[in-house]
Design a protein around this ligand. Structure first.
Ligand SMILES: Nc1ncnc2c1ncn2[C@@H]1O[C@H](COP(=O)(O)OP(=O)(O)O)[C@@H](O)[C@H]1O
Ligand SMILES: [Mg+2]
Length: 456
């Protein structure tokens, strides 16, 4: 990533604005520190001047003007480093004692606290600022006692320099830190978009690499990976279904085609044509039924149908299914009955559950010999509502009870009866969709199929 485009990133801008806020507050803090240091030092200078002036005024009281002049001369001599300023002046403006050549021009008429600049005698240059106190004594005499502020200035500028360096270093670290943080973040974002592009390119097996730090990028990556797993699973499901359809419809379609081919090859035969057309129609109906069954199973297997769930009374559903099969059962001389506790409510897809129950009753009526009995029941115990379909037919051997749930599996013993081997597959898919437990058992004689629903 080029530095120019890095500057445009949100992270870097965010880092910069925080740095800006921080810098402004740091400058305010530094100004406060600098100001209060200056105040403190000036206050100390004032205290010193005050103390000295008090001492001198006591001397003036005790020993009069001459004594004061002596002391001032003596002190001015002792002050080798030029920090102190003294001046005793008569009413004509003549200096009597002290180390100043005259009363400072800039404070000519002032008394009390004054500030002025002193340029030391031998050297030239800026000189140093003095803070002093001016007193009026008797007979127009005036006294000036002061201290240089140069030490205070030095301390102040040392502090300011240190603070300035500190601030510069902070800003530098902030910019560099912001740059590297942004670059690190961007690398991960770029990594993610690279993987996403590979997935767009068709490689569905690509997954985000997690850094293991459990940060926001990791949780984003995790969600992304889960989403990809789900998409892959769904695609795999679609592929399987279409493979199955292609494979399982091929045989009957081929059969249908060769039958037509065969009759057309022979001499024209009206009865033959009619028979073939009737057989073809039956085969086409069969194909359509198989198609519908496969699609219904696919629907039941995709959780997209969850939204169609509604509260259904299984007793009503059972009664409706039994009513539908009554004519067929009667024709086959099979007694069919329903024993259902009403008042239960299941949150289900009504259409799919009806279809599943109908498939079970269809099998029971189809595979039970004449004179037998079929019964549908709805019972409950605890949190479980059980729908069962029981018959008195040949039943399913225990070792085949799992395999009959698979698509297109039919037992050899029943191969002569019409069917496509998809009925129990749908029951299985519907049970799974509703979180129900499906079990096939022995009714001795006959088959018992139970679907146990968690009560809603
Ligand atoms: N009530 C039953 N009694 C005996 N055999 C059964 C019964 N129900 C299902 N079967 C066996 O299980 C197989 C699969 O059933 P199903 O999936 O409904 O397909 P189909 O009924 O179309 O054959 C049937 O072919 C049959 O051999
Ligand atoms: Mg069936």
């Amino acid at each position: 990533m080029r530095p120019a485009s890095l500057l445009r990133t949100t992270t870097f801008r965010l880092a910069l604005s925080y740095l800006g806020i921080f810098t402004v507050s740091a400058i305010a803090l530094l100004a406060l520190v600098s100001w209060s240091t200056t105040m403190f030092i000036e206050w100390q200078v004032q205290e010193t001047v005050e103390a000295e002036a008090t001492g001198l005024s006591e001397i003036y009281h005790d020993r009069d003007l001459a004594g004061l002049a002596d002391i001032i001369t003596q002190r001015a001599r002792q002050d080798i480093d030029g920090r102190a300023s003294y001046l005793l002046m008569n009413s004509d403006g003549q200096p009597l004692a002290g180390n100043l050549r005259g009363w400072p021009m800039e404070v000519a008429d002032q008394l009390g606290w004054v500030r002025f600049r002193v340029i030391p005698v031998p050297s030239a240059g800026q000189g140093s600022e003095v803070m002093a106190r001016a007193y009026e004594l008797a007979d127009g005499y005036r006294l000036l006692v002061g201290r240089s502020l140069s030490d205070a200035k030095r301390v102040k500028s040392a502090i300011n320099r240190a603070l300035g360096w500190g601030l510069a270093l902070t800003i530098l670290l902030g910019v560099v830190g912001g740059y590297f943080t942004s670059r690190h973040m961007l690398q991960r974002v770029e990594e993610m978009s690279r993987i996403a592009r590979r997935i767009f390119g068709g490689d569905m097996s690509q997954r985000m690499i997690l850094s293991g730090s459990d940060d926001e990028f990791d949780s984003l990556g995790e969600s992304f990976n889960e989403m990809m797993d789900e998409i892959e699973r769904l695609l795999e499901g679609i592929r399987t279904v279409s493979d199955n359809i292609a494979h399982d419809l091929r045989t009957p379609l081929n059969r249908l085609r060769s039958r037509i081919d065969l009759i057309l090859l022979g001499p024209p035969d009206c009865d033959g044509y009619r028979r073939t057309l009737e057989e073809t129609l039956a085969e086409a109906d069969n194909l359509l039924a198989t198609f519908t069954a496969i699609l219904t199973i696919s629907h039941a297997e995709s959780s997209a149908r969850l939204e169609r769930f509604e509260a259904v009374d299984p007793a009503t559903l059972a009664a409706d299914v039994v009513e539908l099969y009554e004519p067929l059962a009667e024709e086959k001389e099979i007694r069919i009955s329903v024993a259902a506790e009403s008042g239960h409510s299941l949150n289900v897809d009504r259409h799919l559950l009806f279809q599943a129950l109908a498939n079970l009753v269809d099998n029971a009526v189809k595979y039970t010999p004449a004179g037998g009995a079929v019964s549908v029941s709805v019972t409950s115990s605890g949190d479980v509502v059980t729908l069962s379909v029981v018959d008195s037919g040949p039943g399913i051997p225990e070792d085949a009870r799992q395999s009959v749930l698979e698509r297109f599996v039919r037992l050899d013993s029943t191969r002569t009866t019409p069917g496509n081997g998809l009925g129990l597959s749908l029951v299985h898919a519907v049970a799974r969709l509703h979180g129900a437990r499906l079990s096939l058992g022995d009714n001795a004689p006959g088959l018992v199929v139970r679907m146990e629903f968690p009560a809603s």
